[in-house]
Design a protein around this ligand. Structure first.
Ligand code: ADP
Length: 606
């Protein structure tokens, strides 16, 4: 049987995706292979189809114990005999499985790397004919990957135990040169056919947002995206628990997942989400490796992840079915401080490489270039386009605000306090607090005392966080970090270096006004800010004319105006409820308000 026939017969798909056929053919030629393909590209089929076609057994090594059973069930369902060996098997199940393997019942055996070295398994290798060893998530072999597993280093020893060396194939979504070389060298691949399918996931809309209040942003987003599946990643278990409670309280149908939960609870959570019993999964990065749920429509990172590789892997869990999906990273300066703190706290890692990775993801969050291009370049590709027109940067303009004066006030205050205090006390001095502590330290006589009294404490703290994140200020000490100035700060204070904040303003593309309908129940995605302005104006007009507001324009008319943003008389007349007479009476004033709003809010024609 041909590969295509098998694809249709067992998997029900009519054509191969990019790269699948090439890998399959090289495997069938007994060549070692390394497939570097993004999450969702369809790596499993690359080894499952040759496994069916080869004469012997295929062993698949995967770190994803939770997933093995699902994979095996789904293969069995398609009529492909498969099994798995991992720590979840009872002793009797294990012995039965080993017996069945000896009777040559299976074509594919999934094995956890930790199980490879067990006596039972090794002695089994003398009896069976293994045609191929497929290593999934092969970056786990490399310390440069984000998911290092020491047991992966044992794999080549096991392979050397075979009577006849099988074809060895490895798959990963991580494409950096360091990881790639490690995979080839450490797994001892022999002259492998290497295929990188390209990392672009055209159906994913990438977006970096810096909302003032992340929770409000999230609730607003979820309100507008109801009844669809999505994952929200948080950096810590505590954040997961907190957010879970908040979304429950807001009546969302949510699951949560983190390593602090019992295995049983985690499995229930995962199944609820995978089988669409809950719509939203809130999780740490412990969740999702290899989860085969194709209809995830959004992945939101509530906190900045550790590095771009993990980000792309996690975000890549959206839209595996090929339909459009959104990947949103919520960025705050506090995330940088937290991540720096976590790096400092870790004892046995390579701090320098961790910092480099951190800086790369901070750059991603700050860049004003196309986000897709940035990611693809990070993975070593050279995209031909300048702008993908399908990410938040291609859809935004950049507003630069000069904050040199405020920065000087803060930096000079830190200096005058002899760089011996933390951000709480510095904020109090700038705000002009009358606390005993400030009096006793005589900080109320500093020239910077009360110099920012018109600002809220939160604003001052945000500015300090920005100065730390951008390396104007560094912190030292763990429990009560002290603020100290850097060389860059001196340039600001004494050499006229400017400090600027870049803010992205996302463009809103007007929907086509020809599509306006007369359906009063239509669920419009209207702009609530414009709606409020128009409503207020309508109220004033109604009062002046002594008529009820809905006689001026009904709510549906205002909602349509806030959706389609008409700026000409012709277009205004297309709005439901705007006839010639009303247009004459009130239309022009409403038009002027909409024009002003459109100009100020970056709303553009498609
Ligand atoms: P990866 O391991 O690369 O993240 P998977 O192997 O889990 O991706 O495949 C992702 C999804 O794509 C699965 O639902 C799979 O069934 C589907 N898929 C794989 N190959 C094809 C294909 N040729 N046509 C359609 N769907 C496919």
């Amino acid at each position: 049987m041909q590969e295509e026939t098998i694809l249709k017969k067992y998997f029900g798909y009519s054509s191969f995706r990019n790269g699948q056929k090439e890998i399959i053919q090289h495997i069938l030629n007994n060549e070692d292979c390394l497939g570097i393909m993004p999450t969702g590209a369809g790596k499993s089929i690359c080894y499952q189809i040759p496994a069916i076609m080869l004469s012997g057994i295929t062993i698949v090594i995967s770190p994803l114990i939770s997933l093995m059973k699902d994979q095996v069930d789904s293969l069995n369902n398609m009529g492909i005999p498969a099994t798995c060996i991992n720590s979840t098997l009872s002793d009797s199940e294990y012995l039965q499985t080993i017996k069945n393997i000896q009777y040559d019942i299976y074509k594919i055996i999934y094995v956890a790397p930790e199980r490879l070295l067990s006596e039972n398994f090794l002695s089994l290798l003398d009896f069976i004919n293994v045609s191929m060893v497929a290593i999934d998530e092969a970056h786990c072999v490399s310390q440069w990957g984000h998911d290092f597993r020491p047991s992966y280093r044992e794999i080549p020893n096991v392979i050397s135990n075979f009577k006849n060396r099988p074809t060895v194939v490895a798959f990963t979504a991580t494409a950096t040169e360091l990881v790639k070389n490690d995979i080839i060298n450490l797994l001892k691949l022999q002259n492998p056919y290497t295929l990188t399918t390209g990392f672009d996931r055209k159906n994913l809309y990438f977006s970096v947002q810096t909302p003032k209040n992340k929770l409000e942003f999230l609730l607003d987003f979820l309100d507008k995206h109801q009844n669809i599946s999505g994952i929200i990643y948080c950096s810590t278990r505590k954040n997961v628990d907190n957010l879970f409670e908040k979304l429950l309280a807001n009546n969302y149908n949510v699951s949560k997942y983190h390593a602090g939960m019992s295995e049983k609870k985690r499995n229930i959570s995962q199944e609820d989400f995978v089988y669409d019993r809950t719509e939203i999964m809130i999780a740490t990065n412990a969740f999702g490796m290899g989860i085969d749920k194709s209809n995830v429509r959004f992945v939101i990172h509530y906190n900045m992840p550790q590095d771009l590789e993990s980000y792309y892997q996690e975000a890549g869990r959206a839209g595996r079915d090929g339909d459009n999906a959104e990947c949103i990273l919520l960025f705050s300066r506090q995330d940088i401080i937290t991540n720096k703190f976590l790096i400092e706290q870790s004892i046995d890692t390579n701090h320098q490489s961790e910092y480099q990775k951190l800086n790369e993801i901070i750059d991603y969050c700050n860049t004003s270039q196309c986000l897709r291009k940035y990611i693809l370049q990070y993975f070593g590709e050279n995209p031909v386009f300048e702008n993908c027109e399908f990410c938040s940067n291609c859809n935004s303009s950049i507003e630069i605000t000069d904050i040199t004066i405020d920065s000087k006030k803060i930096l000079s205050c830190i200096k005058r306090m002899h760089e011996r205090f933390g951000s709480g006390l510095v904020t109090d001095v700038l705000k002009g607090s009358k606390s005993e502590k400030i009096k006793s330290l005589k900080f109320d006589s500093l020239s910077t005392y009360g110099i920012m009294k018109e600002y809220s404490k939160d604003t001052i703290r945000d500015l300090i966080a920005f100065l730390i994140a951008e390396n104007y200020v560094k912190t030292s000490g763990d429990k009560y970090p002290i603020l100290k100035l850097t060389e860059q700060a001196n340039n600001v204070l004494f050499s006229n270096q400017k400090v600027t904040i870049k803010k992205k303003i996302e463009k809103i593309i007007k929907p086509d006004i020809q599509k306006v309908t007369k359906n009063p129940k239509e669920n419009l995605n209207f702009n609530p800010d414009l709606f409020e302005i128009l409503r207020k104006y309508r109220k004033d007009i109604a009062k002046q004319n002594n008529i009820p507001p809905f006689i001026v324009f009904a709510d549906i008319s205002l909602k349509q105006m806030s959706t389609y943003y008409p700026t000409t008389v012709d277009n205004m007349l297309k709005i439901n409820g705007v006839g010639e007479l009303k247009m004459k009476k009130y239309g022009n004033e409403f038009l002027e308000i909409i024009k002003k709003f459109v100009k100020e809010n970056n709303i553009i024609e498609d």
